[in-house]
Write a protein that binds this ligand. Structure first.
Ligand code: FE
Length: 199
């Protein structure tokens, strides 16, 4: 199902919102508990699929090449596909280039690999500022990009969704693929963070 920037929310989204409002109003659910569930899908469950893709690319050069050549097909090899992820492009971070992803018009996001988009990703300030002053915005995320590294900003849309392939942290030669996946954060796959360095 194509996602359009201009169309109103689909009927299912409106129905979910209506039911949520009703349940909160009738005190049948606690909005804080709901926020915790959403947080779980934003940060923990959702991005685990993407982390597995990144870890595989770090350990398997052939897979990495397939991932860069045809993101959708290589991601589907690991069983991840579906709505909001039909046409995936994978962007490789290198010593020379740092990639960061935005949807300037709304909130296009690769659901099959990252789950639900975080609130800041959908916010107007992020969507406008990351295009105009990406280095400043990344600094606010705690990410200082050296001056000799080019920052490339990619605007998602209804047809294309992006996944950043972060650089494998140094000192991780002895880690297994599963252990490497643990280092891959959601933000490192959007480009607003880096993988966690092993302690
Ligand atoms: Fe969008």
């Amino acid at each position: 199902m194509a996602h359009s920037h201009t169309a109103p929310p689909p009927p299912i989204a409106l129905r979910v919102k209506a039911i949520e409002s009703l349940l909160v109003e009738k005190k049948l659910i606690d909005p804080d508990a709901l926020a915790a569930v959403i947080d779980l899908y934003e940060r923990k469950i959702g991005p685990r699929n993407g982390a597995k893709v990144i870890a595989r690319a770090w350990v398997d050069p052939d897979y990495k090449q397939r991932l860069l050549d045809d993101g959708s097909a290589a991601i589907a090899e690991l069983g991840f596909s579906g709505a909001q992820g039909e046409h995936m492009i994978v962007l490789e971070n290198t010593d020379k280039v740092h990639n960061v992803v935005v949807c300037t018009l709304c909130s296009c996001y690769p659901w099959p690999v990252l789950g639900l988009p975080p609130v800041w990703y959908k916010s107007a300030p992020y969507r406008s500022r990351v295009v105009m002053e990406p280095r400043e915005v990344l600094k606010e995320f705690g990410l200082a990009i050296p001056g000799d590294v080019e920052v490339r900003v990619w605007d998602s849309n209804a047809e294309l969704r992006y996944l950043v392939l972060p650089q494998r942290p140094k000192g991780t030669e002895g880690l297994s693929e599963d252990e490497l996946a643990e280092l891959v954060t959601r933000d490192s796959m959007i480009g607003t963070g880096q993988p966690v360095y092993p302690s």
